[in-house]
Design a protein around this ligand. Structure first.
Ligand code: NAP
Length: 312
């Protein structure tokens, strides 16, 4: 069935891969950006472009009201250098503050606009990284760690994720816990650091990453929209891996020297708690539910194949 889909944050790394997939399936897409200069980008992808500030209830209400969509997809974050400056993992609450607002106030504005316009389905972005706990096996959708059990510096970000998950699921929508993205435009900054040997292994690199290629994350999102999926889904590839496995492999694919190894205390001093948590505390997540319930098939089941293709 052809649907009208409203992608809030349609000009970002994720939006640029999602919009063409929706258009290719025949859907009519409205995609938002905060900048009139980027309207051409979303229009080239096949969407109707609209300038919208996700933190302004009136702006959101008008954009959604004009589009009259069947479904809304929330992909608004302000993690890019353009929106938040250089990543500051020492002060994640400060650096991530606009994203935290997009995940709380921005979600409220979208849900209010959905209700006012009679939109019955919302799909929103969440995260699969350090925010879980499990003994043995990969993390399932039920294993999320309560924010109060995280270190103080990570808590505000985790609370915002918990917020978006709670309200969207309560509204009958789907929350997609994406693993760290790679693919066009997603890891350019990290690869630059790897090439300059400025992306070290921390404390042996025992933390896990559950990578996902942007195109696979986008195809899972299309399925969630088309199936009016409800509930939480981990959207990660088949091969969660410790940093000690993927970082040297990424360096080799990028033609860089093997990354250096630095102790945790030094990394904490240089880069802060959030960076250390990402490198040492990340867990492997299971994608079994998304495959089983959405029928999701990955084009890049392993980052091994994906990194090689992206960096060829
Ligand atoms: N998503 C995550 O959780 C996550 C986590 C870690 C790392 N990263 C990395 O961070 C980079 C960014 O990825 P991404 O696709 O999540 O984000 P992105 O490329 O920055 O795209 C975010 C989208 O949200 C929009 N946006 C920002 N502020 C807004 C506001 N106030 N109101 C409405 N829309 C707003 C942006 O608008 P404009 O078009 O105006 O820019 C853009 O369309 C990638 O390299 C990704 O791999 C992402």
């Amino acid at each position: 069935m052809i649907m009208r889909v409203f992608v809030a944050g349609g000009a970002g790394a994720m939006g640029r891969r999602l919009v063409p997939q929706l258009v290719a399936r025949g859907h009519q897409v409205t995609a938002t950006t905060t900048s009139a200069a980027k309207l051409g980008v979303v229009e080239q992808l096949g969407a109707q472009g609209v300038v919208m500030d996700g933190l302004d209830a009136v702006s959101v209400g008008e954009a959604v009201g004009a589009a009259r969509p069947d479904a809304i997809v929330h992909q608004m974050t302000a993690l890019s250098v353009a929106h938040a400056g250089k990543p500051d993992f020492k002060h994640p609450d400060r650096w991530a503050a606009p994203t935290i607002r997009l995940r709380t106030e921005g979600t409220d504005h979208l849900l209010a606009a959905a209700e006012a316009t009679g939109v019955s389905h919302v799909v929103a972005q969440s995260l699969a990284t350090w925010n879980a706990a499990r003994e043995g096996g990969w993390v399932t959708e039920d294993d999320l760690l309560p924010p109060e059990e995280l270190s103080e510096k990570l808590r505000t970000s985790a609370e915002a994720l918990r917020y978006v998950e709670d309200v969207v699921v309560k509204a009958g929508g789907a929350v997609l816990r994406y693993g760290p993205f790679y693919g066009p435009g997603a890891t350019d900054d990290q690869v630059k650091l790897v090439r300059r040997r400025k992306f070290p292994l921390v404390g042996g690199g025992n933390g896990y990453f559950s990578w996902v290629h942007l195109d696979d994350a986008a195809s899972a999102t299309v399925l969630a929209v088309e199936q009016k999926a409800a509930g939480v889904f981990n959207i990660v590839d088949d091969e969660p891996a410790p940093v000690s496995a993927w970082l040297p492999y990424l360096a080799a694919c990028a033609g860089a020297k093997r990354p250096m190894n630095i102790p945790t205390w030094l990394a904490r001093l240089l880069a802060g708690d959030m960076a250390v948590a990402m490198m040492t505390e990340g867990l492997g997540f299971s994608n079994a539910k998304a495959k089983r319930e959405l029928g999701w098939q990955l084009r890049y089941p392993s980052w091994r194949q994906g990194f090689k293709e992206e960096l060829a």
